[in-house]
Design a protein around this ligand. Sequence first.
Ligand SMILES: Nc1nc2c(ncn2[C@@H]2O[C@H](COP(=O)(O)OP(=O)(O)OP(=O)(O)O)[C@@H](O)[C@H]2O)c(=O)[nH]1
Length: 203
Amino acid sequence: MEPAGLTLKLLLVGDSAVGKSSLLRRFTDGAFEPRLKPTVGVDFKVKKMVLEGRAVQLAVWDTAGQERFRTLTPSYYRGAQGVVLVYDVTRKDTFTGLQGWLNELEMYNSNTVKMLVGNKTDKPDREVERKEGLQFARKHSLLFIETSAKTQEGVQHAFEELVIKILQTPSLWDKSTEKQGVQLMESSAQQDEGLCGAFCPLT
Ligand SMILES: Nc1nc2c(ncn2[C@@H]2O[C@H](COP(=O)(O)OP(=O)(O)OP(=O)(O)O)[C@@H](O)[C@H]2O)c(=O)[nH]1
């Protein structure tokens, strides 16, 4: 029998309306919705990929950026191997807010690979230059990429780079084998946190 593939838990965080749900939608469904409603609580999608010859199932948790849902977020950090930290290149406030997200990450789960994503590069009214994003990423040891969920530029790359880095860091996932037996549902829904904490086998 084929050995079970890896399931990795990824988390999308960042201020409201930076495009977290749109990036996830683009990545999992290849689509873009110009008038997406804000996420309520948390959403969840699964995507299977083969990377570096390895079958991986990604469980991607999309958190709400709105302040009123922020108290929900800490429990979702648990068991994540990768975090996509998103800002909007046309809104400086979402860039200056990154330090707060990093502090929260450090507090709840410091053992993750982090990818900084500057989204909405298709828009003309840029407030954050690429080199500022790059500098911030270097300073905090984050992977970095700019994307547009609208045109799809960089989106696939962002997730792939993050997963490759996680695969290159076995200490993040090989200790979690005790979670075997937990099954993932192939669905997108507002979920409770108990569905799949960190690492689940492909069935
Ligand atoms: N032009 C452009 N618009 C985008 C892009 N990504 C997202 N948007 C739009 O920005 C708005 C907010 O996007 P969402 O994906 O809902 O943002 P979010 O970060 O998930 O927001 P919360 O759920 O409130 O945390 C929507 O109207 C999207 O259509 C992009 O790359 N380019």
